[in-house]
Design a protein around this ligand. Structure first.
Ligand SMILES: NC(=O)c1ccc[n+]([C@@H]2O[C@H](COP(=O)([O-])OP(=O)(O)OC[C@H]3O[C@@H](n4cnc5c(N)ncnc54)[C@H](O)[C@@H]3O)[C@@H](O)[C@H]2O)c1
Length: 218
């Protein structure tokens, strides 16, 4: 069967639905309406119905969506129904924080190996993971079936690490370094750009102040 082509905007909203649905399921809530989802997630209920209708008829009029069924469907669509092993390179401040957060990730994505170029970190433990030298990257990717890589090294080193990920066979990269990595055919690169997010927030803060003073939008 041909894989369903889903718009990037929908793919980015599905994990947001999933996170909230998981919370409902943990609270033993069995059904939810698009109205409730919309209110909690600050999204338009019509948009939510449209996103979900894309994949078939999940909901029942007047009853809403069955929470556990919807979780299962979204997990299938996002391909979270199979385990995905993740490698992290750069075990400094951010890398360590992400590894410590890892124990709370339930969506079948797990950091299974961590690497650092600093020889003095070799063999140290971060949340039960032993820091490995970069020389072991390729072999570990193969042995552990790693498909996704996280980059938490300084910006000037990020491309070098990305190249090593690609050479090792990794096809999905999440980059936290404030630098745009060059595109590689067949490799999906996402940037978690903390600084850019903060800088763009500064623009909106100014606009909020402007509208309060009666300046309005430009
Ligand atoms: N700390 C934060 O809050 C934060 C937030 C957002 C983004 N970032 C970005 O994340 C990255 C890491 O930040 P940090 O504060 O954790 O830095 P850090 O200096 O604490 O850690 C970087 C780690 O990367 C390792 N490293 C350097 N070059 C390497 C290479 N070529 N191969 C493998 N390992 C290598 C270092 O040995 C070190 O352990 C930076 O690019 C930073 O701009 C940091």
């Amino acid at each position: 069967m041909k894989p369903l082509k889903i718009s990037e905007a929908v793919v980015r909203r599905l994990p947001i639905y999933l996170r909230f649905l998981n919370e409902l399921s943990l609270s033993n809530i069995l059904t939810v309406s698009s109205q409730d989802l919309g209110e909690k997630l600050d999204l338009n209920p019509a948009q939510i119905r449209k996103d979900l209708a894309y994949f078939g008829e999940f909901g029942r009029k007047g009853v809403g969506y069955n929470v556990d069924y919807l979780i299962e469907k979204i997990r299938q669509i996002l391909k979270l129904d199979k385990m995905m092993n993740v490698a992290l390179v750069g075990t400094g401040n951010l890398g360590r924080a992400l590894c410590n957060y890892n124990m709370y990730i339930k969506d079948n994505m797990k950091i299974v190996a961590v690497f650092d170029a600093d020889q003095s970190k070799k063999g140290t433990l971060i949340n039960h993971l032993t820091v490995r030298p970069m020389q072991e990257l390729s072999a570990s990717v193969r042995e552990l079936g790693i498909t996704v890589g996280i980059i938490t090294v300084p910006a000037p080193e990020a491309q070098n690490v990305a190249d090593q990920f690609v050479a090792a066979g990794i096809r999905g990269i999440l980059n936290f370094a404030p630098v745009v990595l060059k595109a590689t055919p067949g490799v999906r690169i996402h940037h978690a750009d903390f600084t850019a997010e903060l800088l763009s927030l500064a623009y909106y803060m100014d606009n909020i102040k402007g509208s309060k003073d009666g300046d309005g939008d430009l």
